[in-house]
Design a protein around this ligand. Structure first.
Ligand SMILES: *Cc1c(COP(=O)(O)O)cnc(C)c1O
Length: 404
């Protein structure tokens, strides 16, 4: 029923109903780790038979929990997916999907630039499990096609990708994956479903770090995998949640659901403030380059306009002496916090030095490195614009830029 409602209405209502016992309008947090059942594992409490099957829905929270189920329903509704499994972090969701979909002898085609943790997982851990990984520039469709083999089971992309803000043409990459019998997984953390709904563009799996825009307030870590493939999702839930054990805390799920009600409103504010800051920076004499999908200067601005209905709040910029600027920013910025992470109501800024990131996280071919440096130079600031007034954000950056 709620799927017929508009996006903002579903952000508020999907997955939630007044409590049947008390009538509480806001969702209760069910922190209970265990649930009363009878000796045959039938229900002993009437309320614990929501599906009318005579089987209890809830036995133990690592298997299923009412608050986690509410969050899964809300996420499914916004991402237009049939099913969702939530995890204790974004990385637990990513590793869960890899370990569930891939086995020894399989081949993974992965974007050369993705979230550093996912990149390190693919470089350092997957090969030890006998999984072959080829890293490609996902914006180069010929490179993607050339990497596909008969063993390729999964193609893994981000759009926009962390940290360089390069986009992936999801319709085109889904077509390449499917024509080679592989599935496409998209980490859509930077876009959120306000900007892009990957499943409607052909993606088979959508991944989120709920820690970022969904939670939106920097106070709860969580992750999710969404898909229409019921069999694969059942395997993921059993193998990597029930057995893998990466369960999300119901309290975090409740915080994330509460954040989600305002996701569309916040994304509007993030986009508006980010565009103001991006334009301010682009006109500033000390700034060498700004990369933001909402600016006409973004190398894939046309694709951004087609694929993103909101430009999000993430941008990068470069100055001549990045390390010196990083020291000044960390000390002198008053509104921004100098910190990693993103998608919060507070604005965050962090310096990403190219050489050390290439060393620890991204192992690139010379051609891929050239493309990385086209976006990031020797190092760039990654900025997550919050929902503060952009006038204050620009003034804060202006006074810090004047000090070096
Ligand atoms: C932060 C992030 C992750 C990891 O999420 P955690 O919740 O920190 O584990 C994965 N992908 C992207 C794009 C991210 O920004």
């Amino acid at each position: 029923m709620t799927n017929k409602l508009k996006f903002q209405t579903r952000a508020v209502h999907a997955g939630e109903t007044p409590d049947p016992v008390t009538g509480a309008s806001a969702p209760n947090i069910v922190m209970s780790t265990t649930f009363a059942v009878d000796a045959d594992l039938g229900f002993s409490v009437e309320a614990n038979d929501d599906n009318g099957s005579g089987e209890p829905e809830y036995i133990y929270t690592r298997w299923a929990n009412p608050t986690l189920n509410q969050l899964e329903k809300k996420l499914s509704s916004l991402e237009e997916a049939a099913d969702c499994v939530v995890f204790g972090s974004g990385m637990a969701a990513i590793s869960g999907l890899f370990f569930s979909c891939l086995k020894a002898g399989d081949h993974l085609v992965m974007s050369d630039i993705v979230y550093a943790g996912a990149s390190e997982l693919a470089n350092d851990t997957l090969p030890n499990m006998g999984i072959d990984v080829t890293r490609v520039n996902m914006s180069d469709l010929d490179e993607v096609t050339a990497a596909m083999t008969s063993k390729t089971k999964l193609v893994y992309a981000e759009s926009p990708c962390n940290p360089i803000m390069r986009l992936t043409n999801l319709v085109a990459v889904a077509e390449i994956a499917h024509s080679h019998g592989a599935k496409l997984a998209v980490d859509s953390t930077f876009a959120t479903p306000v900007a892009t709904i990957p499943i409607t563009l052909g993606a088979d799996y959508v991944i989120h770090s709920l820690t970022k825009y969904f939670g939106g307030h920097g106070d709860a870590i969580g992750g999710a995998v969404l898909s229409n493939d019921a069999e694969e999702m059942a395997r993921l839930r059993q193998g990597l949640l029930v057995h893998g054990g990466g369960v999300l805390s119901p309290f975090n799920a409740w915080l994330i659901m509460r954040g989600m009600a305002t996701l569309p409103l916040r994304m509007e504010a993030h986009q508006r403030a980010a565009l103001s800051v991006a334009e301010f920076l682009e006109a500033h004499p000390k700034i060498e380059q700004v990369t933001y999908p909402g600016l006409a200067s973004h190398p894939q601005h046309d694709l951004a306009q087609e694929q993103m209905h909101n430009s999000s709040g993430m941008l990068t910029f470069r100055v001549k002496d990045g390390p010196a600027a990083a020291r000044v920013f960390a000390e002198k910025l008053g509104v921004f916090h100098y910190a990693v992470s993103l998608g919060h109501h507070r604005s965050l800024i962090f310096y990403m030095p190219t050489d050390s990131l290439l060393e620890t996280s991204f192992k690139l071919t010379p051609k891929q490195e050239e493309d990385y440096r086209r976006y990031m130079g020797d190092g760039s600031f990654r900025v997550s614009i919050g929902i503060e007034d952009p006038v204050d954000l620009c003034e804060d950056l202006a006074q810090a830029l004047a000090q070096f």
